[in-house]
Design a protein around this ligand. Structure first.
Ligand code: NAP
Length: 493
């Protein structure tokens, strides 16, 4: 007889089944390491499962925003829409037979390192317990929706939902719809829904730089070329990569070059918006790249639609049937869409992690700020890995490239532990501090830190805890081979 409540043992436990979790699982499978994946939802996909809002697409071309080892030559668009990306991830999951390793509806909320056993004990909100030598978080930074605490929101009688929790049961036809926020999600939503609604109120706090982007379907003949003519798909991927790295160079080494992008952004406004006052409202007053640079050929067209009003007065409160702005105007609203982003710098701490001696990682991070060695491992926390952890998000290229670098690094750490016959390894404080001091120095000159905006890249103390400081090939170099001098091996008991 087996006890249904007995802890489940495995060597490596992966949290999440987005690009990070799926990629990590494939690497461990190939390395012959026993693993399980814990997924809080009932399907794989992470971001690409959760975000189903109208117009949801990736703003990095798919030939680059996909695994290097699983190319898909027949992407239908250069910048794919959500269903095709989710299908891609489902296909990869199927191909590698990963479903059998996934425990769904397993929302991890606590992990405790056992100093005697030298194992992580991991608990889900449903009461399940897992015991593993290695714990790898593939949860990423953009999975906890952020809704501002507006006064009176509880009293609002209409439908209201976050862009990442789109309520498809709400019919927007003929409704007065408020979209709050003008970030990456909002600029995709606005042009899609404006056709249906009676009135679209767009509440803008800070305008975004939006570059032109034609995204017509890739002609079938071209897709066939990518499928059958050797080298063409790889050449396209390389071309996309280096163009984006060029932008990364400007962002991290020479922000003044971004003025060129600003000219393009201003042209994008001018060609769609005729009203000079509205043009002024939509033109950012900070350097492009300080916040994520967006791209769309349809956003300003959606704003030019007579049904759209751009409202720049701050929201002061909600009423039972509308929104009141700081100038005292009350506008009736039927549906509110919060395109207000995610809890980012506080998202890594949603799992309560207690390391050796019961040290609380969340407390440490709250005290000292979020940081990790090479964005992956944490000083004195054995066998704990973060994929897309602190300072490894990007403003300019595909995060899948970063994820693959990290996966390789984690696989090396596990192999190094095994080779040494050790129970595990943890980075030293000195190595982690050295690495982060250098990283923060490098970030100081980037547009993210100097561009004159307020962005979610910064934590509450104005320290950039989110973005990588250079180009992605530099990160690839920084993670190419694990340096055991930065680590302390933990002997087996
Ligand atoms: P976001 O970029 O954080 O944008 C949130 C928007 O909400 C901003 O315009 C922000 O204004 C506004 N906002 C926040 N609090 C507000 C308040 N209290 N009152 C009024 N406005 C408020 O969020 P997102 O658009 O969901 O995108 C988040 C990230 O997800 C992106 O940067 C990107 O990395 C990723 N994403 C990617 C894609 C893609 O195509 N790959 C698509 C969507 C999202 P402020 O600017 O003034 O703060």
């Amino acid at each position: 007889m087996t006890d249904a409540n007995a802890p489940v043992h495995t060597r490596a436990l992966i949290i999440g089944t987005g690009f990070s979790g799926i990629g990590m699982a494939i690497a461990l499978q190939q390395q012959g390491v026993d693993f399980l994946l814990l997924e809080k939802a009932d399907e794989i996909g992470g971001t690409w499962r959760d975000n189903t809002y109208p117009g949801c697409a990736c703003d990095i071309p798919s030939h680059m925003y996909s695994f290097s080892f699983e190319p898909k030559p027949d992407w239908t668009h250069m910048w794919s829409f959500q269903p095709e990306i989710q299908d891609y991830l489902l296909g990869v999951t199927r191909k590698y037979g990963l479903r059998r390793y996934i425990h769904f509806d397993a929302h991890v909320d606590r992990a405790v390192w056992d100093d005697e056993e030298l194992r992580w004990h991991v608990f889900t909100t449903g009461g399940a317990e897992y015991v593993a030598q290695f714990l790898i978080s593939g949860a990423g930074g953009l999975h906890i929706p952020f809704i501002p605490e507006f006064e009176g929101l509880d009293e609002f009688g209409g439908a209201a939902f976050h862009s990442a929790r789109w309520d498809h049961d709400v019919d927007l036809t003929g409704k007065r719809v408020a979209v709050i926020g003008t970030g990456a999600s909002a600029i995709q939503i606005v042009p899609e829904i404006v056709r249906e609604v009676a009135e679209l109120q767009l509440y803008q706090r800070t305008p975004a730089w939006v570059m032109p982007r034609p995204n017509n379907p890739i002609p079938p003949a071209l897709r066939r070329i990518f499928s059958y003519v050797p080298g063409t798909r790889a050449a396209l991927r390389a071309g996309i990569y280096w163009v984006h790295e060029g932008v990364g160079f400007a962002m991290t080494k020479a922000p003044r070059l971004l003025k060129i992008g600003e000219l393009l952004g201003k042209w994008n406004i001018r060609r769609h918006i005729k009203d000079p006052q509205l043009r002024r409202k939509l033109t950012p007053d900070y350097r492009a790249g300080c916040k994520r640079i967006l791209n769309s050929d349809t956003y300003y067209r959606g704003i030019a639609d007579p049904r759209t009003t751009v409202i720049t007065d701050g929201i002061s409160r909600f009423t039972a049937d509308g929104i009141v702005t700081a100038d005292g105007t009350e506008r009736p609203v039927d549906v509110v869409v919060f395109a207000t982003g995610f809890h980012v710098t506080d998202s890594y701490t949603y799992v309560d992690i207690k390391g050796p001696g019961g040290e609380d990682l969340v407390d440490r991070w709250n005290r000292e700020g979020l940081s990790a060695l090479r964005g992956i491992t944490v000083a004195d926390m054995p066998n704990l890995f973060f994929l897309l952890g602190p300072n490894t998000a990007l403003g300019h290229n595909s995060v899948v490239f970063m994820i693959e670098s990290q996966i390789r690094y984690v696989a090396q750490a596990i192999a190094a532990t095994d080779k040494a016959g050790a129970a595990g390894l943890a980075p030293t404080r000195a190595a982690a501090e050295r690495y982060n001091a250098r990283l923060q120095d490098d970030l100081a000159g980037t547009v993210f830190n100097t561009g004159g905006c307020r962005s979610w890249y910064m934590d509450a103390h104005g320290v950039n805890r989110t973005l990588w400081s250079g180009m992605t090939w530099q990160y690839w170099l920084a993670t190419r081979s694990l340096d055991l001098d930065e680590y302390r091996l933990i002997p087996s008991n």
